[in-house]
Design a protein around this ligand. Structure first.
Ligand code: NAD
Length: 489
Protein backbone atom coordinates (compact mmCIF):
# COMPACT_ATOMS: atom_id res chain seq x y z
CA UNK A 1 0.00 0.00 0.00
CA UNK A 2 1.40 3.43 -0.95
CA UNK A 3 2.24 5.71 1.96
CA UNK A 4 0.52 9.10 1.88
CA UNK A 5 3.13 11.77 1.18
CA UNK A 6 3.13 14.76 3.45
CA UNK A 7 2.80 18.40 2.54
CA UNK A 8 5.23 20.91 4.06
CA UNK A 9 3.40 24.22 4.50
CA UNK A 10 4.63 27.66 5.51
CA UNK A 11 4.93 28.70 9.14
CA UNK A 12 3.34 32.07 9.78
CA UNK A 13 2.52 33.69 13.10
CA UNK A 14 3.19 30.55 15.11
CA UNK A 15 1.25 28.10 12.99
CA UNK A 16 1.31 26.15 9.77
CA UNK A 17 -0.22 27.93 6.79
CA UNK A 18 -0.97 26.36 3.42
CA UNK A 19 0.04 28.43 0.40
CA UNK A 20 -2.72 30.78 -0.75
CA UNK A 21 -2.60 29.41 -4.30
CA UNK A 22 -2.57 25.77 -3.05
CA UNK A 23 0.38 24.99 -5.33
CA UNK A 24 3.07 22.52 -4.25
CA UNK A 25 6.55 21.55 -5.45
CA UNK A 26 7.75 17.94 -5.58
CA UNK A 27 10.69 17.21 -3.30
CA UNK A 28 12.69 14.07 -4.11
CA UNK A 29 14.88 11.90 -1.92
CA UNK A 30 18.45 12.49 -3.24
CA UNK A 31 19.52 8.95 -2.35
CA UNK A 32 16.66 7.03 -3.95
CA UNK A 33 15.26 9.53 -6.45
CA UNK A 34 11.79 8.82 -5.01
CA UNK A 35 9.23 11.50 -4.29
CA UNK A 36 9.60 12.43 -0.62
CA UNK A 37 7.02 15.14 0.01
CA UNK A 38 5.29 18.21 -1.41
CA UNK A 39 6.54 21.67 -0.51
CA UNK A 40 4.46 24.86 -0.46
CA UNK A 41 5.14 26.78 -3.69
CA UNK A 42 4.58 30.13 -1.99
CA UNK A 43 3.60 33.26 -3.84
CA UNK A 44 4.04 36.93 -2.97
CA UNK A 45 0.75 36.71 -1.00
CA UNK A 46 2.21 34.20 1.47
CA UNK A 47 5.42 36.18 1.78
CA UNK A 48 3.38 39.32 2.42
CA UNK A 49 1.49 37.53 5.23
CA UNK A 50 4.73 36.28 6.81
CA UNK A 51 6.26 39.77 6.73
CA UNK A 52 3.09 41.22 8.28
CA UNK A 53 3.29 38.65 11.10
CA UNK A 54 6.95 39.52 11.69
CA UNK A 55 6.08 43.23 11.69
CA UNK A 56 3.30 42.73 14.24
CA UNK A 57 5.60 40.77 16.58
CA UNK A 58 8.44 43.30 16.37
CA UNK A 59 7.55 45.64 19.22
CA UNK A 60 6.99 42.82 21.73
CA UNK A 61 10.24 41.04 20.85
CA UNK A 62 12.45 44.09 20.44
CA UNK A 63 11.34 45.56 23.75
CA UNK A 64 12.40 42.52 25.74
CA UNK A 65 15.84 43.00 27.24
CA UNK A 66 18.62 41.23 25.34
CA UNK A 67 19.09 39.03 28.41
CA UNK A 68 15.47 37.94 28.32
CA UNK A 69 15.74 37.28 24.59
CA UNK A 70 18.87 35.23 25.30
CA UNK A 71 16.93 33.16 27.84
CA UNK A 72 14.27 32.32 25.27
CA UNK A 73 16.97 31.41 22.74
CA UNK A 74 18.68 29.24 25.37
CA UNK A 75 15.42 27.33 25.78
CA UNK A 76 15.46 26.69 22.03
CA UNK A 77 19.04 25.45 22.32
CA UNK A 78 18.02 23.04 25.10
CA UNK A 79 15.19 21.74 22.98
CA UNK A 80 17.52 21.30 19.96
CA UNK A 81 19.85 19.28 22.17
CA UNK A 82 16.98 17.10 23.39
CA UNK A 83 15.72 16.53 19.88
CA UNK A 84 19.06 16.39 18.09
CA UNK A 85 18.50 12.84 16.78
CA UNK A 86 15.21 13.88 15.24
CA UNK A 87 16.84 16.92 13.63
CA UNK A 88 19.71 14.79 12.29
CA UNK A 89 17.35 12.14 10.88
CA UNK A 90 15.39 14.85 9.10
CA UNK A 91 18.56 16.33 7.55
CA UNK A 92 19.87 12.90 6.54
CA UNK A 93 16.62 12.11 4.74
CA UNK A 94 16.27 15.47 2.99
CA UNK A 95 19.88 15.91 1.91
CA UNK A 96 21.17 12.34 1.65
CA UNK A 97 23.99 12.98 4.12
CA UNK A 98 25.43 9.97 5.94
CA UNK A 99 24.16 9.93 9.55
CA UNK A 100 27.42 10.95 11.21
CA UNK A 101 27.59 14.03 8.96
CA UNK A 102 23.98 14.97 9.70
CA UNK A 103 24.68 14.62 13.45
CA UNK A 104 27.84 16.70 13.11
CA UNK A 105 25.90 19.42 11.37
CA UNK A 106 23.25 19.51 14.10
CA UNK A 107 26.05 19.78 16.67
CA UNK A 108 27.50 22.72 14.72
CA UNK A 109 24.10 24.41 14.54
CA UNK A 110 23.63 24.01 18.29
CA UNK A 111 27.04 25.57 18.97
CA UNK A 112 26.09 28.58 16.84
CA UNK A 113 22.81 28.89 18.66
CA UNK A 114 24.44 28.61 22.07
CA UNK A 115 27.03 31.25 21.24
CA UNK A 116 24.43 33.80 20.16
CA UNK A 117 22.02 33.01 23.00
CA UNK A 118 24.87 33.97 25.34
CA UNK A 119 25.38 37.20 23.42
CA UNK A 120 22.30 38.53 25.24
CA UNK A 121 24.61 39.15 28.19
CA UNK A 122 27.33 40.71 26.05
CA UNK A 123 25.57 42.99 23.58
CA UNK A 124 28.24 45.53 24.36
CA UNK A 125 28.49 49.10 23.22
CA UNK A 126 31.47 51.42 23.68
CA UNK A 127 31.91 54.29 26.05
CA UNK A 128 33.48 57.31 24.38
CA UNK A 129 35.34 60.39 25.43
CA UNK A 130 34.24 63.85 24.33
CA UNK A 131 35.87 67.21 23.54
CA UNK A 132 33.08 68.97 25.47
CA UNK A 133 33.63 69.15 29.27
CA UNK A 134 30.95 67.17 31.15
CA UNK A 135 29.73 65.37 28.02
CA UNK A 136 29.54 61.55 28.19
CA UNK A 137 28.82 59.29 25.24
CA UNK A 138 28.17 55.65 24.68
CA UNK A 139 26.92 53.44 21.87
CA UNK A 140 24.03 50.99 21.98
CA UNK A 141 22.96 48.31 19.53
CA UNK A 142 19.36 48.47 18.37
CA UNK A 143 17.48 46.03 16.12
CA UNK A 144 16.95 46.91 12.49
CA UNK A 145 13.41 45.51 12.20
CA UNK A 146 12.38 42.58 10.04
CA UNK A 147 15.17 40.32 8.85
CA UNK A 148 14.71 38.34 5.63
CA UNK A 149 16.97 35.29 5.77
CA UNK A 150 17.52 33.21 2.61
CA UNK A 151 19.40 29.91 2.84
CA UNK A 152 20.57 27.02 0.63
CA UNK A 153 20.16 23.30 1.35
CA UNK A 154 23.79 22.24 1.70
CA UNK A 155 23.95 22.47 5.51
CA UNK A 156 20.35 23.35 6.30
CA UNK A 157 20.17 23.50 10.10
CA UNK A 158 23.60 25.13 10.37
CA UNK A 159 22.49 27.76 7.84
CA UNK A 160 19.27 28.42 9.75
CA UNK A 161 21.09 28.80 13.08
CA UNK A 162 23.91 30.86 11.54
CA UNK A 163 21.45 33.62 10.63
CA UNK A 164 18.43 33.21 12.90
CA UNK A 165 20.14 33.38 16.27
CA UNK A 166 22.14 36.60 15.71
CA UNK A 167 19.09 38.19 14.06
CA UNK A 168 16.89 37.33 17.04
CA UNK A 169 19.32 38.21 19.80
CA UNK A 170 19.64 41.68 18.30
CA UNK A 171 15.85 42.08 18.61
CA UNK A 172 14.80 41.64 14.99
CA UNK A 173 11.94 39.43 13.92
CA UNK A 174 12.51 36.97 11.10
CA UNK A 175 11.09 35.67 7.87
CA UNK A 176 13.16 32.72 6.72
CA UNK A 177 13.00 31.60 3.11
CA UNK A 178 13.85 27.90 3.44
CA UNK A 179 15.70 26.06 0.70
CA UNK A 180 13.46 24.17 -1.74
CA UNK A 181 15.43 20.99 -1.04
CA UNK A 182 15.42 21.09 2.76
CA UNK A 183 11.93 22.25 3.69
CA UNK A 184 11.05 19.97 6.60
CA UNK A 185 14.01 20.91 8.77
CA UNK A 186 12.90 24.56 8.67
CA UNK A 187 9.37 23.57 9.64
CA UNK A 188 10.67 21.35 12.45
CA UNK A 189 12.88 24.15 13.76
CA UNK A 190 9.92 26.56 13.77
CA UNK A 191 7.76 24.12 15.76
CA UNK A 192 10.55 23.46 18.20
CA UNK A 193 11.19 27.18 18.70
CA UNK A 194 7.51 27.79 19.45
CA UNK A 195 7.42 24.92 21.95
CA UNK A 196 10.50 26.42 23.62
CA UNK A 197 8.65 29.71 24.17
CA UNK A 198 9.44 31.89 21.15
CA UNK A 199 6.42 34.20 20.76
CA UNK A 200 4.24 33.80 17.66
CA UNK A 201 5.30 35.90 14.68
CA UNK A 202 8.91 36.33 15.83
CA UNK A 203 10.11 33.56 13.50
CA UNK A 204 8.25 32.75 10.28
CA UNK A 205 9.10 30.41 7.43
CA UNK A 206 8.15 30.71 3.78
CA UNK A 207 8.77 27.70 1.62
CA UNK A 208 9.06 27.71 -2.14
CA UNK A 209 11.09 28.82 -5.08
CA UNK A 210 13.74 31.50 -5.21
CA UNK A 211 12.33 33.45 -8.14
CA UNK A 212 8.90 33.74 -6.51
CA UNK A 213 9.03 33.42 -2.70
CA UNK A 214 12.66 34.51 -2.33
CA UNK A 215 12.30 37.45 -4.70
CA UNK A 216 9.11 38.66 -2.97
CA UNK A 217 10.98 38.77 0.33
CA UNK A 218 13.85 40.75 -1.20
CA UNK A 219 11.48 43.20 -2.90
CA UNK A 220 9.30 44.02 0.13
CA UNK A 221 10.29 47.42 1.50
CA UNK A 222 9.30 46.39 5.06
CA UNK A 223 12.29 44.04 5.21
CA UNK A 224 15.16 46.03 6.70
CA UNK A 225 17.93 43.46 6.49
CA UNK A 226 18.48 40.67 4.00
CA UNK A 227 21.00 37.99 4.81
CA UNK A 228 21.53 35.67 1.87
CA UNK A 229 23.66 32.57 1.47
CA UNK A 230 23.71 31.21 -2.06
CA UNK A 231 25.08 31.66 -5.53
CA UNK A 232 26.91 34.76 -6.69
CA UNK A 233 24.44 35.53 -9.49
CA UNK A 234 21.46 35.64 -7.16
CA UNK A 235 23.52 37.65 -4.66
CA UNK A 236 24.22 40.26 -7.33
CA UNK A 237 20.50 40.57 -8.07
CA UNK A 238 19.67 40.94 -4.38
CA UNK A 239 22.34 43.62 -3.98
CA UNK A 240 20.73 45.58 -6.80
CA UNK A 241 17.13 45.28 -5.68
CA UNK A 242 17.50 45.64 -1.91
CA UNK A 243 20.39 48.06 -2.36
CA UNK A 244 18.06 50.50 -4.08
CA UNK A 245 16.09 50.97 -0.90
CA UNK A 246 19.29 50.97 1.17
CA UNK A 247 18.38 47.83 3.08
CA UNK A 248 21.25 46.26 5.00
CA UNK A 249 22.47 43.32 2.89
CA UNK A 250 24.76 40.50 3.90
CA UNK A 251 25.87 38.20 1.09
CA UNK A 252 27.62 34.86 1.62
CA UNK A 253 28.30 33.65 -1.91
CA UNK A 254 30.26 31.13 -3.93
CA UNK A 255 33.93 30.16 -3.89
CA UNK A 256 36.69 28.53 -5.95
CA UNK A 257 39.03 27.77 -3.12
CA UNK A 258 42.58 26.62 -3.56
CA UNK A 259 44.66 24.34 -1.38
CA UNK A 260 48.40 24.67 -1.96
CA UNK A 261 50.77 21.78 -1.28
CA UNK A 262 54.41 22.86 -1.00
CA UNK A 263 57.37 20.52 -1.53
CA UNK A 264 58.08 20.47 2.24
CA UNK A 265 54.53 19.50 3.23
CA UNK A 266 53.61 16.44 5.26
CA UNK A 267 52.19 14.64 2.24
CA UNK A 268 49.84 12.27 4.07
CA UNK A 269 48.35 15.18 6.02
CA UNK A 270 48.01 17.21 2.84
CA UNK A 271 46.19 14.32 1.13
CA UNK A 272 43.91 13.90 4.15
CA UNK A 273 42.92 17.60 4.22
CA UNK A 274 42.68 17.96 0.46
CA UNK A 275 40.32 14.99 0.34
CA UNK A 276 38.11 16.36 3.12
CA UNK A 277 38.15 19.80 1.51
CA UNK A 278 37.13 18.51 -1.90
CA UNK A 279 34.75 15.68 -1.10
CA UNK A 280 33.08 16.16 2.28
CA UNK A 281 29.38 16.93 1.97
CA UNK A 282 29.78 15.68 -1.63
CA UNK A 283 31.67 18.89 -2.40
CA UNK A 284 28.57 20.99 -1.73
CA UNK A 285 30.38 23.58 0.33
CA UNK A 286 31.06 27.19 -0.54
CA UNK A 287 34.46 26.58 1.07
CA UNK A 288 35.13 23.41 -0.90
CA UNK A 289 38.80 22.99 -1.88
CA UNK A 290 38.05 22.49 -5.54
CA UNK A 291 41.56 23.38 -6.83
CA UNK A 292 44.70 21.78 -5.48
CA UNK A 293 47.94 23.50 -6.49
CA UNK A 294 50.94 21.22 -5.99
CA UNK A 295 54.64 22.04 -6.22
CA UNK A 296 56.10 20.39 -9.35
CA UNK A 297 58.76 18.34 -7.51
CA UNK A 298 56.18 16.41 -5.53
CA UNK A 299 53.32 16.56 -8.04
CA UNK A 300 53.42 12.90 -9.11
CA UNK A 301 53.66 11.48 -5.61
CA UNK A 302 50.89 13.76 -4.30
CA UNK A 303 48.65 12.99 -7.31
CA UNK A 304 49.03 9.21 -6.89
CA UNK A 305 48.25 9.30 -3.17
CA UNK A 306 45.36 11.70 -3.66
CA UNK A 307 43.77 9.66 -6.46
CA UNK A 308 44.14 6.50 -4.37
CA UNK A 309 42.40 8.28 -1.50
CA UNK A 310 39.58 9.53 -3.74
CA UNK A 311 39.06 6.00 -5.09
CA UNK A 312 38.84 4.62 -1.56
CA UNK A 313 35.94 6.88 -0.54
CA UNK A 314 32.62 5.14 0.04
CA UNK A 315 29.43 6.62 -1.39
CA UNK A 316 26.06 6.10 0.26
CA UNK A 317 23.84 7.04 3.14
CA UNK A 318 24.82 4.34 5.63
CA UNK A 319 26.83 5.07 8.75
CA UNK A 320 30.50 5.47 7.92
CA UNK A 321 30.01 6.39 4.25
CA UNK A 322 32.22 9.27 3.19
CA UNK A 323 29.82 11.13 0.93
CA UNK A 324 26.21 11.01 -0.13
CA UNK A 325 24.50 12.19 -3.30
CA UNK A 326 24.24 15.79 -4.44
CA UNK A 327 21.00 17.53 -3.61
CA UNK A 328 18.92 17.16 -6.78
CA UNK A 329 18.83 15.86 -10.34
CA UNK A 330 19.46 19.31 -11.87
CA UNK A 331 22.62 19.73 -9.81
CA UNK A 332 23.80 16.23 -10.76
CA UNK A 333 23.29 17.03 -14.46
CA UNK A 334 25.13 20.38 -14.11
CA UNK A 335 28.12 18.64 -12.55
CA UNK A 336 28.22 15.94 -15.23
CA UNK A 337 28.09 18.67 -17.88
CA UNK A 338 30.98 20.54 -16.18
CA UNK A 339 33.07 17.33 -16.28
CA UNK A 340 32.33 16.93 -20.00
CA UNK A 341 33.39 20.54 -20.65
CA UNK A 342 36.64 19.87 -18.76
CA UNK A 343 37.30 16.82 -20.94
CA UNK A 344 36.68 18.92 -24.04
CA UNK A 345 39.13 21.52 -22.73
CA UNK A 346 41.91 18.93 -22.43
CA UNK A 347 41.33 17.73 -18.85
CA UNK A 348 42.41 14.18 -17.91
CA UNK A 349 39.94 12.44 -15.62
CA UNK A 350 42.14 10.55 -13.16
CA UNK A 351 39.28 8.98 -11.25
CA UNK A 352 35.49 9.20 -11.08
CA UNK A 353 34.07 11.34 -13.84
CA UNK A 354 30.47 10.19 -13.77
CA UNK A 355 27.61 8.69 -11.80
CA UNK A 356 28.41 5.39 -10.07
CA UNK A 357 27.21 2.18 -11.68
CA UNK A 358 26.49 0.52 -8.30
CA UNK A 359 22.86 -0.72 -8.40
CA UNK A 360 22.21 0.61 -4.86
CA UNK A 361 23.19 4.13 -5.92
CA UNK A 362 21.96 4.25 -9.48
CA UNK A 363 18.61 5.84 -8.75
CA UNK A 364 20.11 8.59 -6.59
CA UNK A 365 21.86 11.81 -7.57
CA UNK A 366 25.37 10.50 -6.99
CA UNK A 367 28.61 11.69 -8.53
CA UNK A 368 31.82 9.70 -8.05
CA UNK A 369 34.64 11.60 -6.35
CA UNK A 370 36.34 13.04 -9.42
CA UNK A 371 39.94 14.22 -9.85
CA UNK A 372 40.96 15.99 -13.04
CA UNK A 373 44.33 17.33 -14.12
CA UNK A 374 45.84 18.78 -17.27
CA UNK A 375 43.59 21.84 -17.35
CA UNK A 376 44.86 25.36 -17.93
CA UNK A 377 44.18 27.88 -15.16
CA UNK A 378 41.91 29.59 -17.69
CA UNK A 379 39.70 26.50 -18.27
CA UNK A 380 36.12 26.76 -17.08
CA UNK A 381 36.47 24.13 -14.33
CA UNK A 382 39.63 25.82 -13.02
CA UNK A 383 37.71 29.07 -12.50
CA UNK A 384 34.03 28.29 -11.92
CA UNK A 385 32.44 26.78 -8.85
CA UNK A 386 30.90 23.34 -9.43
CA UNK A 387 29.36 22.61 -6.01
CA UNK A 388 30.02 18.90 -6.27
CA UNK A 389 32.74 16.30 -5.54
CA UNK A 390 35.00 17.41 -8.39
CA UNK A 391 38.52 18.75 -7.94
CA UNK A 392 41.23 19.86 -10.34
CA UNK A 393 44.97 19.39 -9.75
CA UNK A 394 47.52 21.89 -11.04
CA UNK A 395 51.32 21.65 -10.86
CA UNK A 396 52.99 24.96 -9.87
CA UNK A 397 56.66 25.99 -10.02
CA UNK A 398 56.84 27.81 -6.72
CA UNK A 399 54.90 29.74 -4.07
CA UNK A 400 54.68 32.94 -6.10
CA UNK A 401 52.96 31.04 -8.91
CA UNK A 402 50.69 29.26 -6.42
CA UNK A 403 49.61 32.64 -5.07
CA UNK A 404 49.02 34.04 -8.55
CA UNK A 405 46.85 31.07 -9.54
CA UNK A 406 44.99 31.17 -6.19
CA UNK A 407 44.17 34.81 -6.74
CA UNK A 408 43.19 34.42 -10.38
CA UNK A 409 39.46 33.78 -10.01
CA UNK A 410 36.74 36.31 -9.27
CA UNK A 411 36.10 34.61 -5.90
CA UNK A 412 37.95 34.99 -2.63
CA UNK A 413 36.38 32.87 0.09
CA UNK A 414 38.88 30.44 1.62
CA UNK A 415 42.37 29.08 0.95
CA UNK A 416 44.78 26.66 2.58
CA UNK A 417 48.50 25.97 2.39
CA UNK A 418 50.46 22.90 3.48
CA UNK A 419 54.07 23.53 4.42
CA UNK A 420 56.42 23.12 7.39
CA UNK A 421 57.97 26.50 6.68
CA UNK A 422 56.43 29.30 8.74
CA UNK A 423 57.78 31.99 6.42
CA UNK A 424 56.11 30.44 3.40
CA UNK A 425 52.90 29.91 5.34
CA UNK A 426 52.63 33.48 6.59
CA UNK A 427 53.72 35.02 3.28
CA UNK A 428 50.92 33.16 1.53
CA UNK A 429 48.28 33.68 4.24
CA UNK A 430 48.90 37.44 4.23
CA UNK A 431 48.62 37.78 0.46
CA UNK A 432 45.97 35.31 -0.62
CA UNK A 433 42.67 36.89 -1.69
CA UNK A 434 40.43 35.07 0.79
CA UNK A 435 38.40 35.85 3.89
CA UNK A 436 39.70 32.67 5.55
CA UNK A 437 43.31 31.43 5.18
CA UNK A 438 44.29 28.13 6.83
CA UNK A 439 47.73 26.63 7.38
CA UNK A 440 48.09 22.82 7.42
CA UNK A 441 44.31 22.47 7.52
CA UNK A 442 41.52 22.19 4.97
CA UNK A 443 39.68 24.98 3.18
CA UNK A 444 37.21 24.93 6.03
CA UNK A 445 35.01 27.64 7.38
CA UNK A 446 34.73 29.03 10.81
CA UNK A 447 33.62 28.32 14.34
CA UNK A 448 30.72 30.23 15.92
CA UNK A 449 32.95 32.96 17.31
CA UNK A 450 35.02 33.40 14.13
CA UNK A 451 34.10 35.72 11.28
CA UNK A 452 33.47 34.08 7.92
CA UNK A 453 33.01 35.68 4.53
CA UNK A 454 34.77 36.39 1.30
CA UNK A 455 36.60 38.87 -0.85
CA UNK A 456 35.57 39.65 -4.43
CA UNK A 457 32.59 37.78 -5.82
CA UNK A 458 32.31 35.64 -2.66
CA UNK A 459 30.42 38.29 -0.75
CA UNK A 460 29.83 41.94 -0.11
CA UNK A 461 32.24 42.44 2.75
CA UNK A 462 30.04 41.49 5.70
CA UNK A 463 31.10 38.75 8.07
CA UNK A 464 28.94 36.22 9.88
CA UNK A 465 29.06 34.67 12.49
CA UNK A 466 31.23 35.94 15.35
CA UNK A 467 30.62 39.33 16.92
CA UNK A 468 30.85 40.71 13.36
CA UNK A 469 27.38 39.25 12.70
CA UNK A 470 25.97 41.71 15.23
CA UNK A 471 26.88 44.51 12.82
CA UNK A 472 24.68 42.90 10.17
CA UNK A 473 21.67 42.63 12.45
CA UNK A 474 21.84 45.79 14.54
CA UNK A 475 21.98 49.55 14.16
CA UNK A 476 24.49 51.39 16.27
CA UNK A 477 23.28 54.49 18.04
CA UNK A 478 25.53 56.99 19.80
CA UNK A 479 23.92 58.49 22.93
CA UNK A 480 25.43 61.53 24.67
CA UNK A 481 24.49 63.49 27.75
CA UNK A 482 25.89 66.54 29.50
CA UNK A 483 26.56 66.69 33.22
CA UNK A 484 25.84 70.27 34.24
CA UNK A 485 28.00 71.11 37.27
CA UNK A 486 25.70 74.07 38.09
CA UNK A 487 22.96 71.58 38.98
CA UNK A 488 25.04 69.83 41.65
CA UNK A 489 23.84 71.88 44.60
P1 NAD B 1 20.95 29.55 -5.00
O1 NAD B 1 21.47 30.92 -5.08
O2 NAD B 1 20.32 28.97 -6.21
O3 NAD B 1 19.82 29.44 -3.86
C1 NAD B 1 20.04 29.77 -2.51
C2 NAD B 1 18.73 30.22 -1.90
O4 NAD B 1 18.33 31.40 -2.55
C3 NAD B 1 17.57 29.23 -2.07
O5 NAD B 1 16.74 29.28 -0.93
C4 NAD B 1 16.83 29.79 -3.27
O6 NAD B 1 15.47 29.45 -3.30
C5 NAD B 1 17.01 31.28 -3.05
N1 NAD B 1 16.89 32.09 -4.27
C6 NAD B 1 17.18 31.74 -5.54
N2 NAD B 1 16.90 32.76 -6.38
C7 NAD B 1 16.44 33.78 -5.63
C8 NAD B 1 16.00 35.12 -5.89
N3 NAD B 1 15.97 35.60 -7.14
N4 NAD B 1 15.64 35.89 -4.86
C9 NAD B 1 15.69 35.44 -3.61
N5 NAD B 1 16.06 34.19 -3.28
C10 NAD B 1 16.45 33.37 -4.28
O7 NAD B 1 22.13 28.64 -4.47
P2 NAD B 1 22.16 27.06 -4.25
O8 NAD B 1 22.52 26.40 -5.52
O9 NAD B 1 20.94 26.63 -3.53
O10 NAD B 1 23.39 26.96 -3.22
C11 NAD B 1 24.68 26.85 -3.66
C12 NAD B 1 25.40 28.18 -3.64
O11 NAD B 1 25.43 28.71 -2.32
C13 NAD B 1 26.85 28.02 -4.05
O12 NAD B 1 27.22 29.06 -4.90
C14 NAD B 1 27.60 28.12 -2.72
O13 NAD B 1 28.93 28.50 -2.82
C15 NAD B 1 26.77 29.10 -1.99
N6 NAD B 1 27.01 29.01 -0.55
C16 NAD B 1 27.73 30.02 0.05
C17 NAD B 1 28.04 29.93 1.41
C18 NAD B 1 28.85 31.01 2.10
O14 NAD B 1 28.83 31.06 3.32
N7 NAD B 1 29.59 31.85 1.38
C19 NAD B 1 27.62 28.83 2.15
C20 NAD B 1 26.88 27.84 1.51
C21 NAD B 1 26.59 27.95 0.16
Amino acid sequence: MATKLSHIPNWINGQEARPANNLWIDKFNPHSGELLCYVADSSATDVHDAITAAGNAFSLWSELTPIKRGQVLSNIVASMKRRSDELADCIALETGKPPQDAKGEVGGGILQAEYFAGEGMRLYGRSLTSGTPGKHSHTVRQPRGIAGLIVPANTPIANICWKTFPALICGNTVVLKAAEDSPRIANLFAQLAKEAGLPDGVFNVVQGQGQSAGAALVEDSRVAVISFTGSTNVGRWIAEVAGKRLARISLELGGKNSLVVCDDADLDQAVHWASLSAFSNAGQRCASGSRVLVFKDIYDSFRDKFVAKAKSLRLGVSAGCDLGPVINKRQQQNILAAIETARAEGGRVLCGGGAPADPDLKAGYYIQPTVIDGLQASAELSRKEVFGPVVTLHPVENLAVALKVSNSTEYGLTAAIHTRNVDRAMWFAQRVKAGVANINLGTFGSEPHMPFGGFGASGNGTREPGVEALDVYSEIKNISFLVNLDHLN
